[in-house]
Design a protein around this ligand. Structure first.
Ligand SMILES: [Fe+2]
Length: 226
């Protein structure tokens, strides 16, 4: 197999509808897509992966329900992807982003910025400590709310393995009314966007564990964001 045949075509049935008037045209991968960045461990420190502390003043931490958020990153052949850069961003516990453009009337948490990053280990595993985000209103759509979610950017071993997505939480009634979540028309694919309670990753007396696995390509790919 030549390098340019390394990645199979995406299966678009698991991804959100594009809204384009013409069908999408698959292009052959170029050399610059199948080669790409290689991230060393130095790209992210231990503190970068702890959102409860990475923006907090000394001796303080973010307010909210702590959680361990971990998962495996695999490719289309279920092989682990070590050395992938995982970046996440989210609201604080009250549903407010640390961004001037966020007009949501919700309290600021001075000890929480809402971004973190880490690099997957040899088994393709990533791990964050964070707090559960809040829902926020989308007033341009009327009286609508986005369910709690965490944004992900994953950059694997090449740019063909780049994925932008969001994870959600079990049992959130706002998902039924969410235009982003519902844009993934395939129900099984939508369910892959919901984190699973994973007590084996809980830290006793400190934080409950949740698992969100990411498949970069292929039939079981994690749906990407529209
Ligand atoms: Fe968001």
């Amino acid at each position: 197999m030549s390098t340019l045949e390394h990645y199979k075509k995406r299966d678009w049935s698991v991804h959100p509808v594009s809204g384009a008037s013409q069908p999408l045209v698959p292009l052959k991968h170029t050399l610059s897509e199948v080669t790409g960045p290689v991230f060393g461990k130095k790209v992210a420190t231990k503190l970068d992966a702890d959102l409860t502390k990475n923006a907090a003043k000394k001796g303080q931490e973010a307010i909210g329900e702590r959680m361990i958020l971990t998962g495996l990153v695999t490719d289309e052949n279920s092989r682990p992807v070590p050395g992938a850069l995982i970046e996440i961003w989210q609201t604080n516990a009250a549903g407010l982003y640390s961004h001037k453009g966020d007009q949501h009337d919700a309290p600021v948490d001075p000890n929480f910025y809402g971004t973190g990053k880490c690099v997957t280990d040899e088994e393709g595993r990533y791990r964050f400590i964070t707090i559960r985000p809040g829902a926020y209103p989308i007033t341009r759509l009327g009286n609508r709310w986005r369910p709690a979610h965490i944004h992900y950017s994953i950059t694997g071993g090449s740019f063909a393995q780049r994925l932008i997505t969001q994870c959600y939480f079990p049992g959130d009634p706002l998902q039924a009314d969410d235009f982003v979540f519902q844009a993934v028309e395939n129900k099984a694919a939508r369910e892959r966007l919901i984190v699973k309670y994973a007590p084996e990753h809980s830290v006793k007396g400190y934080a409950a564990g949740y698992q969100f696995d990411i498949v970069l390509r292929g039939r079981n790919a994690t749906p990407m964001e529209r």
